[in-house]
Design a protein around this ligand. Sequence first.
Ligand code: SAM
Length: 305
Amino acid sequence: MLIDRFNRRITNLRISVTDKCNLRCFYCHKEGQFSNTGVEMTPEEIKEIALVFRELGVKKVKITGGEPLLRRDIVEIISLMPSFEEISMTTNGILLEKYAQELKESGLSRVNISLDTLSPETYRKLTGGNIEEVVKGLDSAVNAGLTPVKLNMVVMSGINHNEVEEMIEFISKYNSNGIKVILQVIELLKLPELEKYYYDIGSIEEIISAQANGFRVRSMHHRKQYFLNSSAVEFVRPIDNTEFCYNCNRIRITTDGKIKPCLLRDDNLVDIKGLKGDELKKKIFEAIGLREPYFVCNKGGGQVE
Ligand code: SAM
């Protein structure tokens, strides 16, 4: 079992399989990766890492990128995965119509699709892409049973901060016979160049919580998920959130095969590319030893020095 010095058990693994992307979202944090080495792990290397983490108690795996569906061998990557409680993928959805059924048959459990707005013009401005392709991808994912699909909506001031209710109405169309699409409202990471777009989604959460029939608190980051009639809305608020950090049970692998102990740090990566068995385990324990909450409860919250 993997338990760090802050008694956080690692149960979730997030693997980036490529740095390449077919969109140009101006706000993208690139999963905290700025390596751009062009190096990618092979399906076999990804499988080996997944196997060892499973042996050490990881229950859920998320495949991400860049855009994971740009990997020509993405179906092979998923089919080689050992079994987990859940194998999911975060995608922009552009190529999902083509892949949804095949991915389901290869063992993918569900997908997260990034969709910040329902306006074709705003979508084009934000990402450079065509929203119609994403909606087709969403429909295909629902039809293929890659559910519940989570729609990732990053909220940005002056761009889409007043579109949450519209998005809830949109997902409710998919949810008349049980929850198939969940809205995930995500706080914008405060990168210096994005400061002016930052929007405190706490105010949106207050409105939604007042309308909700009920809620549950997820073990992951203690995120709250609210139930509204036939739909569900989850809030992801990492910024200055000590509870988020103290309940972080996720670890990341970068595209070029390095363990990234914290989303918000880039200075303590541990290289595991090509390693196997005991050698790989040793490096995993080394990385777990480097984990510490980014935001801590000293003087009402702040960063670990
Ligand atoms: N290409 C895939 C996609 O678009 O979903 C996976 C990679 S993308 C970096 C993963 C998630 O990070 C997306 O849901 C995206 O909206 C979110 N994201 C990107 N930049 C962000 C930022 N500055 N703050 C918060 N979330 C962000």
